[in-house]
Design a protein around this ligand. Sequence first.
Ligand SMILES: Nc1ncnc2c1ncn2[C@@H]1O[C@H](COP(=O)(O)OP(=O)(O)OP(=O)(O)O)[C@@H](O)[C@H]1O
Ligand code: SF4
Ligand SMILES: [Mg+2]
Length: 382
Amino acid sequence: MAKNKESGYMSARESRRISRENRKITKEYEKRYKRKNVPESEYLTTMRDPANALEIEGLRTYFFTDIGTSKAVDGVSFDVPRGKTVGVVGESGCGKSVTSLSIMQLLQRPVGQIVDGSIRLNLGEKAYDITKTPLDVMQKLRGNYMSMIFQEPMTSLNPVFRIGAQIDEVLQLHWTNHSDSEIRSRTVELLQMVGIANAEGVYKMYPHELSGGMRQRAMIAMALACDPRIIIADEPTTALDVTIQAQILDLLRSLKDQINSSIMIITHDLGVIAEMADYVVVMYAGRVVEKGTAEEIFKEPAHPYTIGLMASKPVVGKRVEKLYSIPGKVPNPINMPDYCYFKDRCESCVGRCAGGYPEEIRLSPTHSVSCYLYDVKEDEQA
Ligand SMILES: Nc1ncnc2c1ncn2[C@@H]1O[C@H](COP(=O)(O)OP(=O)(O)OP(=O)(O)O)[C@@H](O)[C@H]1O
Ligand code: SF4
Ligand SMILES: [Mg+2]
């Protein structure tokens, strides 16, 4: 963050200067994103592995705010294999939602912009790089190929329209050659699929007439309309009480087997990850610090942050005086250090941790970690 040297605070003049510069930068991004009739060749790409539904590589998403540039997502890479569930976990503010909003191109524009990296979406015969895909094409991809389930159902549901009409509308956008009655039957079928017994009745109801759990089911039905290739669920159960939470998780798990979609589930709850995910991505301060299969992450967590997260989770049958809590707090995304972002909170810190940000080290073909403790090369040289 730019600050006045003497006072330590930024002057209004400095803030105006940053704001002017930001407008210049974001205007260019916006112009590019809103172009019409962009040739497909500009955003066509090739998947590194065709078995992946989504490949995120070196993603950087910044917010150009009046007090400086917030590097909310700063070089994130991970894959979402086809038909699998990937759990993204990390403390509040670590960039989980910004990653998912980047994939959907639903960032708060013009402040939020993808500034680097690629997001390759597998469409079957071809693949698109979302970071280069213009607005008009994105509108067709959302819903058709990818959809999102938010923490708060009312983010997706419109309070003044009936549930059925809202799901019909999503279907109509993508099923252009189907009759109204075919669309209505599909909506009722979707409502039944998400466990709503009185689907015909709920079809005619307004969102406020439903309980929180039912609204979340309706939103999941909406997300499933058109069989998306990838469903992103951002804290889908956080706003619900524990019994309803368990029901929604059961629903997502059973849907996973019924549909052929990949699921990316975002949560700060390791219990949810343990129940749902095939692969786990651990994020810290806008970066991926560790990733691997669920078994690798739960049985052999490597990064001190992952180990800390595990230790702060209650375990059934194990009595402890006080649950562990990771000391300190996440660094300010506007002023990130040039060494390991976890260093100031790390209890395993060694001398070389003060060097540059640690590189990603492979522990197995599926398991990798960014931490100097596993940098054998350095050990050998020492
Ligand atoms: N619209 C915005 N303008 C400026 N900064 C933003 C904006 N949205 C997010 N950020 C910043 O990006 C960082 C990552 O936020 P994000 O919402 O992705 O966190 P999260 O991991 O989803 O946390 P939570 O678990 O609380 O949902 C935060 O530091 C946040 O302040
Ligand atoms: S690199 Fe060092 S400071 Fe960072 S997590 Fe590993 S041991 Fe801790
Ligand atoms: Mg979030």
